[in-house]
Design a protein around this ligand. Sequence first.
Ligand code: PLP
Length: 321
Amino acid sequence: MRRRQFIAGTGLVGAGAVAGLAGCEPDRPAPPRPATAAAQPNLSSWDGVRAEFDLDPAWAHFAAFVLAAHPRPVRRAIDAHRRGLDANTEDYLRRQELGLEDEVLAAAADYLGAEQGEIALTDSTTMGLGLLYGGLRLRPGQEVLATEHDFYSTHESLRLRAGADGTPWRRARLYRDPHTASAGEIVDAVRHAVGARTRALAITWVHSSTGVKLPVRAIADALGEVNRGRDPGDRVLLCVDGVHGLGVEPTEPAELGCDFLAAGTHKWLFGPRGTGLLWARRSAWDAVTATIPTFDRRAGRPGPRFGAVMTPGGYHSFEHN
Ligand SMILES: Cc1ncc(COP(=O)(O)O)c(C=O)c1O
């Protein structure tokens, strides 16, 4: 699903993100798909776009950076799945899970311009960041460098990691004043802050505190120079909280040049509340290990496995995700 189609197509994501269930092989043919499809909305006018949402018209709504209001296709899909789950929970799960999981991964991969195996399905940006920073494989002495501009979820993930095993981390300031910040100033600050022990750089694509959008590609290029002389295990990994870029910027993660990108899909993408993803470049897969057991049976099979291994298991609020 491409960016410009996302509102019209969000029903597919809502219908598709039912997580896989290890050990629950389907023993009967899939039933007809739930009736989530609807007439194509008219998105050629602002009124047409607004009509897709149930937002209170008495208010001006500027909070898609917090949590999305569900547009009509998402509401419809959630209603259909809720009815199915309430009517016969276990049977509905068995019947729907396989195809829907594949569909949501295919849609996410298409949207990101990525391979399906590169994508773990999460509940939020925060979950993706926690999995990433909790699971980074670090050698004694290696540190994580964050910035002063990241959201709480990055800093708290690193604080928890430090509390658990003493992993050192620190924050760098990338610009003095958000109004005058330039790409040159930011890239220079990164070059200056990265040290010999830095194994990962944690940054945020668009800062919720200031609105500053980082020049991620230029930062990746600067790290490329730093990494040229390093062993693979010492290479600085570029880890991005991408939630305020995804769904707004057309750039795909591979083009950004990062190694990991965590984002919720329940803000600017208007996906179901409680959905997100963690993307990883293939060369970085071995740098992280899972901390939440997956229920995805693909994790036990040969082939591309990052997404399956890193997708948290447990039964979820399936009508949403
Ligand atoms: C930069 C940034 N990252 C992460 C989050 C949290 O996102 P999520 O709800 O997907 O965990 C927020 C705000 O909600 C944010 O501003």
